[in-house]
Design a protein around this ligand. Sequence first.
Ligand code: SAH
Ligand code: F3S
Length: 482
Amino acid sequence: MEKVIDEKVQGTALVKEAKEGNSKRLFIESYGCQMNFSDSEIVASILANEGYNTTNQLEDADLVLVNTCSIREKAEQTVRKRLEKYNAVKQQNPKMKVGVLGCMAERLKEKFLEEEKIVDLVVGPDAYKDLPNLINEVEEGRNAVNVILSKEETYGDISPVRLQSNGVSAFVSITRGCDNMCTFCVVPFTRGRERSRDPQSILQEVNELWEKGFKEITLLGQNVDSYLWYGGGLKKDFAKASKMAQATAVNFAQLLDMVAEAQPKMRIRFSTSNPQDMTMDVIETMAKHHNICNYIHLPVQSGSDRILKKMNRLHTREEYFEMIDNIKKLIPDCGISHDMIAGFPTETEEDHQDTLSLMEYVKYDFGFMFAYSERPGTMAGRKFEDDVPEKVKKRRLTEIIELQQKHALYRTQQQVGKTVEVLIEKSSKRSDAHWAGRNSQNTMVIFPKENYKVGDYVMVKVEDCTSATLFGEAVDYSPMNA
Ligand code: SAH
Ligand code: F3S
């Protein structure tokens, strides 16, 4: 995903799509992966029907909700700091209620209410529809908790309130939970088993976004390649479904195809792909449709076969290379990014060198790189000693990051001289006279505004670059411009 954004405050919700007649104020803040940001939009929609409009002023809020991330220790620390801040504001405004949503709520459950006295409400990722009842409980002076994980909930029937939106790009969630059980990962415990959302509700949301003027969607799931709709239920129960349900099931490649065809002028992105679940038909579908962006986020986590096995990543280094080769064969200019973990238990210098050599082979466009953080309850947390010294982890992580920067620059330099299609998203952060948008490969492109506007597809001749950004000049509208 573009992606794990934890450890950084992503700011607060803008007052968007305010519902008339609503008098209560909700301040909602999100940490972590894109799925959390997407879930907060579902929460805002549920609460809009309960009289709440969003505010970006913490001090004005009647209800403060923080959507939390447990993926690494540091992400949890960030949230705890925010809770302290809310507490300070609450001292001035005792009527204000504070709730914790998402993965930390699920992981810590009631403990949160006991340990963190300022929390009134604890709600796990599958219980947001219960928020109206839970808020009533809180208003009647009781603490409220619902952390029940569901087998069916996909929030397919809820039309999200778009928060922090530039009006151009939106997230559309397609699966929830994850069945992969990577040994380092807390997600299967905090977000439950994997289930897919009804393709009709996905199409309806995409069509509505198009009607509202959005030009780009990102289909979201912890493991999108594993999408499988057969009438509802958990992915793991597919084998038990009726023959009819199995025969009419929709997989991820088919879903991509449906969405791309439904809105040919809309850019389609997706995240996250898992190498063990990604299939050739997904790559073929990408190659078939111009509006499916040439970009794949394909986390690998390590370049060492021994470590991959210990992580329960069900592919080898060779198989990963094969997948990369196949992608490049069908989509030669495909952007590829990764997630990498430095210092997984027992990782040796040789394993680390394998990671660097894997990166050298792929030469990724982007990377999201982390030092291993032991998570309580995971297989690795229970069974493996966190035995790589912090100093060694940091050094290896630095080497990985430096190599990634070198490769990113190599990739952007290859774009110089080319003309690329850009979807304009916003003004450049550095200059009001320039637009910022991304090319199909997901790299930022900056160019003079001229008469173009936000939401236009333009062809930009690239003249210069840094490792993260392309600079150029627009030459014309793209044929994608409706
Ligand atoms: N499939 C998910 C993965 C979520 S976690 C997705 O949609 O992105 C995102 C990344 O965090 C993982 O790919 C992994 O690189 C990293 N990560 C997960 N658990 C971790 C841990 N215990 N320590 C360090 N990094 C971790
Ligand atoms: Fe986590 Fe692995 Fe799923 S990283 S989200 S268990 S694919």
